[in-house]
Write a protein that binds this ligand. Structure first.
Ligand SMILES: [Cu+2]
Length: 249
């Protein structure tokens, strides 16, 4: 939880929380696309062992803290454009699914007011617990298959929400709550695309969870080093396409 807390200040600074986001028509918006690539030697991440419900979950699960695709593209990095006070309407309808004892997706981004739900696709009890720094923002027992709980109203503040399952220590996810709909999560190739950006100059932050293993906590949850964040400047011209490539080490 401390790791997430350390990043909150940084993201809050990027996010300008004093301004309430305003939806307007963006007639001359530009796009920002790019990639996150891994440089250097990636750590060897062992599979995570499952402590119970092995009949449903299996014995072990892949570690998703750092997943590299073709040409070392990094999956699950978050790209945030900071300081956009007015712009397009958010279109997210995010569902964080407990599916075969893994959170799908491992990294989700959303914003306050955009519909966000937690689902259980398994026929066993999961308890999805989200922390914004230390405080709990949601704590949901999901005993039933295909149960869905709407958490939109719980996500009132921008920041990094660390999500765990209280029933299964191997389960972990991240939910990044941004103050505008100008965000993206990188795909299997490490690529991202953000559209409809009002022309202007912005700070763009790439965030990635910690991925260098630091053992287990008392509950058997894997620990990692600090999340990483890299912020760069970008200028978006009217109806133009800008690119930005990040390197994670
Ligand atoms: Cu669980």
């Amino acid at each position: 939880m401390l790791r997430a807390a350390a990043l909150l200040g940084l993201l809050a600074a990027v996010a300008s929380p004093a301004l309430a986001y305003e939806v307007v028509t963006v007639a001359d918006g530009g796009t920002l696309s790019g990639t996150v690539k891994f440089a250097g030697t990636p750590p060897r991440l062992e599979p995570l062992s499952v402590n119970k419900n092995r009949d449903v979950c299996g014995d072990q699960k892949d570690n998703e803290a750092l997943v590299l695709g073709p040409e070392r593209g990094v999956r699950g990095s978050v790209i945030l454009i900071g300081g956009v006070a007015r712009g397009k309407k958010g279109a997210a309808d995010a569902v964080l699914d407990n599916h075969r004892c893994v959170f799908v997706h491992h990294v989700t981004a959303t914003m306050p007011g955009e519909r966000t739900r937690v689902k259980n696709s398994d026929g066993i009890l999961h308890n999805t617990h989200g922390f914004l720094g230390k405080p709990t923002v949601f704590n949901l027992a999901l005993p039933n298959k295909d149960q869905m709980i709407d958490i939109t109203k719980r996500l009132t503040k921008p920041g990094v929400v660390r999500v765990v399952c209280d029933a299964h220590p191997h389960m972990a996810a991240w939910m990044i709550v941004h103050d505008s709909p100008y965000y993206a999560v990188t795909d299997d190739r490490g690529a991202f695309l953000i559209e409809g950006i009002p022309p202007g100059s912005y700070k763009v932050t790439m965030w990635h969870e910690g991925f260098r293993p630091k053992g287990l906590d008392k509950d058997g949850r894997p620990l990692y080093d600090e999340p990483q964040a890299i912020t760069r400047d970008v200028t978006i011209a009217p109806k133009a396409a800008a690119t930005l490539d990040f390197e994670l080490k």
